[in-house]
Design a protein around this ligand. Structure first.
Ligand code: BEZ
Ligand code: MG
Length: 900
């Protein structure tokens, strides 16, 4: 694996066409060290023998032996692991040998958090349409499968059925008697320690554990139980030790032993299994993901833009990924009041040349009124002498809104983009190359209809690429990939990333991998990061805050894998550090850039690092810790080195060594992920914002130093955040806006709210938008406003989602919940956001009826969320609006009870 000739390896493996499992004998740690190391394999071996083989399509890493070191015994096998390995191989062989007509497949969908209205959701995916197409295809391929008559019928069979009778979120397919569970549950003692005596509280009628799902011939489609903590505020606030729940374990046991699946297919990004407690990589039999998946061949339909969480699924649950494409990309365009405004702005501009001052002046008032009607400017006081400047700024803002890229709709597996979708997407992908050659979409259309010779010869290579990519976008490789994977064959690897910047994700239907972690951050990323950091500092200064001494920065794994480590590079640039490499160009540590070269003080950084980053980029975790330590130890004047001055001060305050006071990399404890704020907000399971900050610190207050080990350091985190003057995160993908994902308010928000708690005042929050390559910095308020206008309130965006009915409504509702999460943690959501959302989706009767018919639970939650925004003081609508909202919410609830 370490020869690094991926091409040759892939050619060989393709010819062999068997799954490629790379297994590890412990080489850099003894058996006892591995057993006691919450990380599992040490980073160097994990990089060389897990991450690099993944570039060649390897899956299912497993430690099988090692040395007992001074305890003696030389090289030994690890019987428990070897048994598991043998079982896995036997199941793979059985899968390959089974006839398709006899093959049993369990498809697992997700409901996260496990509330009605959430079932069958996955990132970017129209789950039921996709499932329907897969069932049809499996039937053609010779599987014994009873295909329902439509995707709607499929959804009804899965989520309806006897669900109302049981009060569950979907059809109860099997009821496992508690006695049976107690007799068969291998991990009963461990589960009962956390969840109490069987059957516990989840998915049970008191006498049985319930398996949600439905069987369609030899294909079972189930709904994965949640972690079990979602609705339990006390566990969300305080949990440390976790285990799978009774219901979770019973679900997978039922699939393995009762249904007797040959393979399990996890359907869409992502579920809970691979995030359960245990080692990061090189798991053992005590790790919950390993206990749950055991020996089942695990195939995972996974978003092509998420190599980081995808890698976790491979490493922690032995998954083979089969990628699916993200939705088409389109320009946001303008709508309603924005269109009116644009027309008036154009008239104003056309009059500019005429020296007809009077007519033009008459338009100023209209422009201000129209802009105020869409919340772009205040309605009063009226503009006077500075109107031309204000109008020209407005023109820029409207242009930005019109040309902002948005994801358009959901993806359906097996359904390639339509011609117009491909044209818009390709135009967005090649915006820079096509600049100056006419409207990008027009140029793409010409290339695709009349060939490369029909456009400027200077576009030759671009045109050829566009034609090739159009061919890839027009074909489906995803169903094919799933069929191959279910035959137990080799799945060719593919880089993960955003279609916009990484066309190599095409064709999808392949096994997603990340970037060689030994090379992050790249030289190009370091150069780009320096510019980004300057932009951030300039913006902060321009906003009247001067040069910050400390910045809080959030780092995710995905972003770094997709952008060659640019966010990491930004942290280094702020500190005035850079990677140290060996003779082969591999990163081995950090070094400081001399102050004379830096020409500004070293800025202190407090890093909130996702659990995913911690697992996937252990070398970078240490690189960042080393950079901070070196800076803190540098013999430099205090006014030129804020990290040193802070570390010295904190060391004295807390009576801790300088090396401890210099810790700057914070994440979850080993084996844990996330800050839980997403679940708290989703369930409304919080009272005060202070609780959100406390939960953040409890979950993310673990410092990682140069040894790469977790140290519980909540007091240190708090004292650093007290000194932090702004918080910041990069946005890497059009598909991942701050209102699209709860993870932004979990980490960026959680950190920001803690800063407020410690400082007593709120701080500015910035977003570095890297989605278009060159990068720009916005305040979080600006980003939320931009996304609200280009997405939530934009018919192009919501109609794109609502065409997928049930799941579309859920996605819209999710964005509203995320806005509330951002309000709760940062206070940076303008009130008009809630007002306009309310008008568009709840107070408009036709729209409300439509949403309620498609997904009554999600529609009701949306109305309740707006009322919650008012209750919590994030929005004060007038009495009429509030009354109307209450009435609408009551009507939706009544309807829901009628339905249930
Ligand atoms: C990560 O890649 O680090 C990440 C992805 C999604 C949510 C949070 C973190
Ligand atoms: Mg996630």
């Amino acid at each position: 694996p370490a020869y690094n000739d991926s091409k040759a390896a892939i050619a060989t493996l393709t010819a062999l066409d068997v799954p490629y499992m790379v297994l590890q004998p412990l080489e850099l740690q003894t058996v006892a060290q591995w057993e006691n190391d919450p990380r599992g394999l040490v980073p160097l071996q994990a990089t060389l023998q897990v991450a690099i083989p993944e570039l060649e399509g390897a899956t299912g890493p497993m430690v099988f032996g090692g040395s007992r070191g001074s305890e003696g015994g030389g090289a030994v096998a690890l019987p428990e692991r070897v048994e598991r390995l043998a079982d896995r191989l036997a199941k793979l062989v059985a899968l390959r040998q089974s006839a398709r007509a006899d093959r049993k497949v369990a498809i697992v969908t997700f409901a996260f958090p496990p509330n009605a209205g959430n079932a069958g959701t996955a990132a970017y995916l129209a789950v039921f349409e996709s499932l329907f197409r897969l069932l049809q295809r499996l039937k053609i391929e010779g599987y014994q499968v009873d295909v329902p008559e439509s995707s709607d019928a499929l959804r009804e069979m899965l989520l309806g059925g006897n669900a109302a009778q049981y009060g569950t979120i979907g059809n109860v397919h099997a009821a496992i008697p508690v006695d049976d569970h107690v007799r068969r549950e291998r991990y009963l003692v461990d589960i009962e320690r956390v969840w109490g005596p069987a059957p516990g509280a989840q998915l049970t009628d008191g006498r049985h554990l319930l398996v949600i799902g439905r069987q369609f011939g030899n294909v079972f489609i189930g709904v994965q139980p949640g972690f079990g903590i979602e609705g339990d505020p006390m566990r969300l606030l305080y949990n440390r030790e976790l285990a799978a729940t009774h219901a979770f374990s019973a679900f997978y046991r039922w699939i393995r032993e009762d249904f007797a699946a040959h393979a399990v297919l996890h359907f869409g990004t992502h579920g809970a299994l691979e995030f359960m407690p245990g080692k990061q990589v090189g798991l053992d039999g005590r790790c919950w993901p390993d206990r749950m998946i055991t020996d089942l061949p695990n195939i995972y339909l996974y978003a092509s833009n998420n190599p980081a969480e995808g890698a976790l699924a491979k490493r922690r649950s032995g998954a083979t990924l089969v990628s699916y494409l993200t939705p088409p990309i389109a320009h946001a365009g303008l709508y309603r009041g924005l269109l009116d405004l644009k027309a008036t702005l154009e008239r104003w501009r056309s009059l500019e040349q005429d020296a007809d001052g009077a007519t033009r002046d008459a338009l100023v008032e209209l422009i201000q009124a129209q802009a105020a009607a869409v919340d772009l400017v205040p309605a009063a006081p009226l503009w006077n002498g500075d109107a031309p400047d204000r109008i020209s700024a407005l023109v820029d803002r409207v242009l930005e809104l019109e040309y902002t890229l948005i994801p358009n709709g959901l993806h359906v597996v097996g359904e390639p983009m339509t011609g117009p979708q491909r044209t818009e997407t390709l135009a967005a992908m090649f915006l820079d190359e096509l600049a100056g050659h006419g409207t990008p979409a027009e140029v793409v259309r010409t290339i695709l209809t009349s060939g490369a010779s029909a456009v400027d010869p200077a576009l030759g290579t671009t045109a050829a690429t566009i034609i090739r990519l159009d061919g890839l976008l027009a074909a489906d490789g995803e169903l094919e990939g799933l069929v191959r994977a279910l035959d137990g064959r080799y799945i060719v690897p593919a880089p993960g990333g955003d279609l916009l910047r990484t066309p190599e994700v095409l064709p999808t239907g392949r096994n997603v991998h990340g970037f060689d972690p030994g090379r992050l951050p790249s030289v190009a990323a370091m150069a780009a990061a320096k510019r980004q950091v300057e932009l951030l500092l300039e913006r902060h200064d321009a906003d009247g805050h001067g040069l910050p001494k400390t910045i809080g920065l959030v780092l995710w794994g995905t972003d770094n894998l997709k952008n060659e480590g640019q966010p990491i590079a930004q942290a280094l640039a702020l500190l005035g550090a850079e990677p140290r490499t060996d003779a082969l160009g591999r990163i081995v540590g950090a070094k400081l850039v001399p102050l004379a070269e830096l020409r500004r003080p070293r800025i202190d950084v407090v890093l909130t690092v996702s659990g995913v980053f911690r697992d996937l980029l252990p070398l970078q975790l240490r690189l960042l810790a080393e950079a901070a330590l070196l800076a803190a130890q540098a013999d430099e004047p205090a006014e030129m080195n804020y990290i040193r001055s802070h570390a010295l001060a904190v060391a004295e305050e807390q009576e801790i060594p300088l090396a401890t006071a210099a810790l700057r990399v914070f994440s979850n404890d080993d084996g844990a992920y996330g800050a839980n704020l997403g679940l708290l907000v989703e369930n409304g399971a919080w009272e005060t914002e202070e609780q959100l900050a406390d939960t953040f610190v409890r979950r993310k207050g673990f410092a990682y130093g140069v040894e790469g080990k977790a140290l519980a350091a909540p007091a240190l985190l708090r004292s650093l955040l007290k000194r932090t003057e702004l918080s910041y995160q990069n946005l890497e993908s059009v598909e991942l806006g701050v209102t699209d994902l709860d993870q932004y308010f979990e980490l960026l928000g959680g950190m920001t709210r803690t800063m407020k708690q410690e400082r007593g005042t709120s701080v500015p929050v910035y977003i570095g938008d890297q989605t278009r390559g060159t990068g720009s910095v916005r305040t979080l308020e600006e980003q939320v406003a931009l996304e609200t206008r280009t997405r939530l309130l934009n018919p192009k965006w919501y109609e794109g989602l609502l065409q997928y009915g049930h799941e579309g409504v859920r996605q819209v509702e999710q964005s509203v919940t995320n806005a509330l999460g951002l309000s709760a943690t940062t206070g940076k959501v303008p009130e008009w956001v809630y007002q306009r959302i309310g008008e568009t989706f709840v107070l408009d009767e036709a729209m409300r009826e439509r949403l309620a018919a498609l997904n009554p639970q999600a529609a009701t939650r949306m109305a309740q969320r707006l009322l919650e925004a008012n209750d919590r003081g994030y929005w004060s609508p007038d009495d009429a609006t509030l009354d109307a909202l209450r009435a609408a919410s009551d009507a939706l609830e009544d309807r829901l009870e009628g339905v249930a």
